[in-house]
Write a protein that binds this ligand. Structure first.
Ligand SMILES: [Zn+2]
Length: 301
């Protein structure tokens, strides 16, 4: 799939992944002291934003973060190596390094501010830090594990097991019937926001099967023609959103109110108006979400 076919934010990092070629630790140590290398700082998963862009720092700035600040290798562009650095591990708790040059901005807010290339780089770093933070021990023997190869994996010093960053796949579905689509709101969503329904893909389940099961479980609708559209890396914390548009047999709803507090069919004309920002009694997710991109695609027929 060409980038032009995938409109999603967080996708298409401008950096070339180099894990397989260069991720040996001596390469990383060399590049971490190369002043041309760039650091992307994140404070508790949030990027440093300055003048409408992500702040990139010279590798010389690393000492300001303390020797124990985790660093992950993100990739290379035009001969420059990029690393993420976890500013949360700063020497002085509660004081974020380089907060004087910008603002550590909640990533959902930053998504609306920074260039998309920056967001893809930030999302990659956040994904890796979140996974490493949540997986400090060996799943086989329980020993504390060590991050190696710039975050490409963790190894266990006791049983030598290797553990690789995990991706949790999610099926997200815009269900449609004739000229209307089904949007709903989970209990965690803001009041008034309606979105496409979604759920984690379970063990040994295809994405299409998950789409069909989730829509029936949550809304009582039966999907008949399930069409894959595109995917989105979603660093909250480690998901891969797989987007579908699917037809339904009819518009009968039977909501699981533990999962969906509100759902309704909305005509295409009202979706077009919502995409244009017209006020209504509901609103749709922001542009950096795959749900919004599914609506954009469907609205154009
Ligand atoms: Zn182990």
């Amino acid at each position: 799939m060409k980038p032009a076919d995938n409109p999603n934010w967080f996708a298409h990092s401008p950096l070339k992944r180099v894990n397989s070629e260069y991720s040996q630790d001596d390469f990383i140590e060399e590049k971490l002291v190369d002043p041309s290398s760039q650091l992307v700082p994140l404070w508790r998963g949030d990027p440093l934003v300055a003048d409408g862009a992500a702040a990139f720092l010279s590798a010389a700035a690393r000492s300001e973060f303390g020797a124990r600040a985790p660093v992950v290798l993100l990739g290379v562009k035009d001969g420059v190596t990029f690393f993420g650095i976890d500013a949360s591990a700063a020497l002085t708790p509660e004081v974020a390094p380089f907060a004087d040059i910008g603002v550590y901005t909640p990533i959902r807010e930053a998504a609306a501010q920074v260039p998309r290339d920056d967001l893809a780089v930030i999302g990659h770093a956040r994904w890796l830090f979140e996974w490493h933070r949540g997986h400090p021990h060996c799943a086989k023997c329980g020993e504390a594990t060590k991050m190696v190869n710039g975050g490409a994996k963790r190894i266990c010093p006791s049983c030598e097991a290797e553990h690789f960053p995990r991706t949790d796949p999610v099926a997200i579905v815009l269900a449609v019937h004739e000229d209307a689509c089904l949007l709903g709101r989970g209990p965690q969503f803001p009041e008034g926001m309606l979105s496409a329904l979604a759920g984690f893909i379970e063990a040994s389940e295809t994405p299409e099967e998950a789409a069909k099961r989730e829509l029936f479980e949550e809304a009582g609708v039966t999907l008949t023609d399930i069409r894959y559209q595109f995917s989105q890396p979603w660093p909250f914390p480690n998901s891969m959103m797989m987007g579908f548009i699917a037809d339904t047999e009819d518009r009968t709803l039977n909501l699981d109110t533990n999962e969906i507090v509100e759902a309704r069919w909305i005509d295409r004309a009202n979706i077009v108006a919502a995409l244009a920002g017209d006020p209504s009694d509901f609103f749709i997710p922001p542009k950096f979400t795959i749900a919004r991109q599914l609506l954009e695609r469907w609205s154009k027929g």
